[in-house]
Design a binder for this molecule. Structure first.
Ligand code: PEP
Ligand code: MG
Length: 323
């Protein structure tokens, strides 16, 4: 099997009927790049920048961040690199930021909510990203957007920092795509509205599933409710992809679901453009997709959207696709 996978390292990801999708990798630090390159990723679909901020006693400086982002885009040699702005809070804490103890950290002060409040932290990161954009194909993504106002404010701050850098003679790419994670149901439901104001979506199913099912992603006791194949989740995913395409934008997915054997055929059928996963899942996914017909899967995906339970969806894929 390993040998079958290895043949596809330098290939693009094509379905049996010739439809191209992008297989991207999720990374946490520049040290992950070797695995990304060895496994033939076509892009980085999620660079989780939290790790730059964790396991230390103070915030990382602008220059330190700039070096990390520049290293990643340079090593990817022009391939797309989606860098997510700080997503701290929830399950990830920073000892040197005195955040309030909360009853429901996953519903609390985290990610973009914190960044829009603590603007020094946010602006420092955005400057580092803007400076690094000159060295490769860097895209910026905001996490945990819940409302259009948040998106607009984040974009306005980004623009403000960009104009300031340019006024100081710093070179900044003029073609940076700016996107958002769709991981809160409120944004999935009105994705058609958000799609007009972003360049891309990346569906964060790790959170989207927990918020849709109201089941803590870390809690074993309710893990039976953590259902990627639940038709409710699939319908949200489907409408997000449609909303993006309606506006001529692309839709990716960077939650665990994107690398899942049962989910991949459905996502291909629903028209997902980019699948971002752990590097080691890329070659198995590329091998699987090469055996699938996008056109046939469109019908199966539509059938799945009309089923009643996650179990029925799983059975459908197992009997009709992976048989
Ligand atoms: C997600 O929520 O699906 C995601 C990719 O982000 P994280 O797992 O870092 O919350
Ligand atoms: Mg998330």
């Amino acid at each position: 099997q390993k040998r079958e996978w290895a043949k596809l390292v330098n290939e693009k990801t094509l379905s049996k009927d010739g439809h191209h999708v992008e297989l991207a990798a999720n990374i946490g630090t520049p040290n992950d790049l070797e695995g990304v390159i060895n496994n033939g990723a076509e892009a980085i679909g999620l660079y989780r920048t939290e790790f730059l901020y964790m396991g230390r006693n103070e915030l990382p400086s602008e220059d330190e961040q700039f070096e990390a982002y520049k290293t990643v885009v340079e090593k990817m040699e022009g391939k797309p690199v989606v860098i997510r702005t700080l997503d701290i809070g929830g399950d990830k804490e920073l000892p040197y930021l005195e955040l309030p103890k909360e009853m429901n950290p996953f519903l609390g002060y985290r990610a973009i909510r914190l960044c829009l409040e603590e603007q020094d932290i946010f602006r420092t990161q955005l400057r580092a990203l803007l400076r690094a954009s000159h060295y490769g194909n860097l895209k910026i993504m905001f996490p945990m957007i819940a409302t259009l106002e948040e998106l607009r404010e984040a974009k306005a701050i980004l623009n403000d920092e960009k104009e300031k850098l340019k006024a100081n003679g710093v070179e900044v790419s003029e073609t940076i795509e700016v996107g958002m994670m769709v991981e809160i149901p409120s944004t999935a439901v009105i994705a058609d509205i958000f799609a007009k104001e972003v360049d891309f979506f990346s569906i964060g199913t790790n959170d989207l599933i927990q918020y849709t099912m109201a089941a803590d992603r870390m809690n074993e006791q309710v893990s039976y409710l953590y259902q990627p194949y639940n038709p409710a989740v699939l319908r949200l995913v489907s409408s997000v992809i449609k909303a993006a395409h309606q506006e001529g934008k692309w839709a990716g997915m960077c939650g665990e679901m994107a690398g899942d054997e049962i989910a991949i055929p459905l996502l291909l059928g629903l028209g997902l453009d980019e699948f971002s996963m752990s590097a080691t899942s890329i070659l198995p996914a590329r091998t699987l997709i090469a055996k699938l017909s996008k056109q046939e899967l469109e019908n199966i995906a539509n059938e799945a959207l009309m089923l009643s339970t996650a179990t029925e969806v799983e059975e459908l894929v197992k009997t009709k696709v992976l048989k």
